[in-house]
Design a protein around this ligand. Structure first.
Ligand SMILES: Nc1ncnc2c1ncn2[C@@H]1O[C@H](COP(=O)(O)OP(=O)(O)O)[C@@H](O)[C@H]1O
Ligand SMILES: [Mg+2]
Length: 268
């Protein structure tokens, strides 16, 4: 069964002075354990797609399923976790207490079980030794690691990531990309990853979905057939470069097409 299925999704936002059609006729399937990136120009509806899947906003039309469940049902069964660009940590709680939080909310485990699980996840994300640190003692990259550990606390089959490394410097981002792949390899989660970095999308993904400018629709579905495990050598390979060129071309094409559309006639 598909881990996430989008069928004929459209999303219109009502504003005071009219409506904005953010997404139009979005169709797609993400398989179990698949790593899929969503890429597209700013404002094309990438975040909206994730928020729809998470059930944070309802679609205007169409149907969304996570392992066959509606977003609301999937949400109540904690079938997904969301990782945002700015990791939100409770500043008065230690790192490990922040990571334990989702399980605390759900309940049903002893505090020892919670702590053990959080400890194992902190080890997985490379934060061993920082359990008792306070969030403000962590660097940007470390905060993201902690946020990923917390997102994995309930072992969600679907991980939704909205430009999680967008604010990091390039070197840290490269490292986080490698870490994310390693972590993903140790879980059973499907990942839907939003980014506006072509190279990042190519490096991480099994498949890239390219969205058109608003109203966003999927204009290309590009399988990335690079070997795994992905190393920095793979990232610098000619094959990866060619994929980046392909995605870049597609993005340029659709942006130009949208501009021509907007101004009416094609120039002579
Ligand atoms: N809550 C909202 N109310 C009104 N308009 C919204 C809302 N959320 C998003 N939009 C609009 O929908 C479009 C897509 O937004 P978004 O999904 O954030 O794009 P992206 O993440 O690709 O940059 C934008 O034009 C944005 O202004
Ligand atoms: Mg966004």
């Amino acid at each position: 069964m598909a881990s996430v299925k989008l069928e004929k999704i459209s999303k219109e936002f009502q504003l005071k002075d009219g409506a904005v059609l953010a997404l139009n006729d979005v169709n797609g399937e993400i398989g179990d354990r698949e790593f899929v990136s969503l890429i597209g120009p700013s404002g094309c509806g990438k975040s909206t797609v994730l928020r729809l899947i998470a059930g944070l906003v309802p679609p205007t039309n169409g149907e969304i399923r996570l392992h066959g469940l509606t977003p609301a049902a999937a949400r109540s069964q904690r079938m997904y976790a969301f990782v945002f660009q700015d990791p939100v940590m409770f500043p008065w709680r230690t790192v490990i207490k922040n990571v334990e939080m989702p399980l605390e909310v759900v309940g049903g485990k002893t505090s020892k079980e919670r702590a053990d699980h959080a400890q194992a996840l902190l080890k997985l994300v490379g934060l061993q030794g920082f359990e008792k640190a306070m969030p403000n003692q962590l660097s940007g990259g470390m905060k993201h690691r902690a946020a990923i550990a917390r997102a994995l606390m309930l072992e969600p089959p679907v991980l939704l990531m909205d430009e999680p490394f967008g604010a990091l410097d390039e070197i840290t981002r490269d490292r986080m990309n490698l870490e994310l792949l390693r972590i993903w390899g140790a879980t059973n989660a499907a990942v839907i990853f939003v980014t506006h970095s072509i190279e990042e999308a190519v490096f991480l993904s099994d498949r890239i979905l390219v969205l058109s400018p608003r109203p966003g629709t999927i204009v290309a579905d590009i399988p990335i057939d690079l070997p795994r495990p992905r190393t920095l050598l793979v990232k610098q390979s000619e094959q990866a470069f060619n994929y980046s060129t392909l995605v870049r071309k597609k993005l340029t094409e659709i942006t130009i097409a949208a501009e021509i559309d907007q101004f009416g006639a094609t120039p002579e």
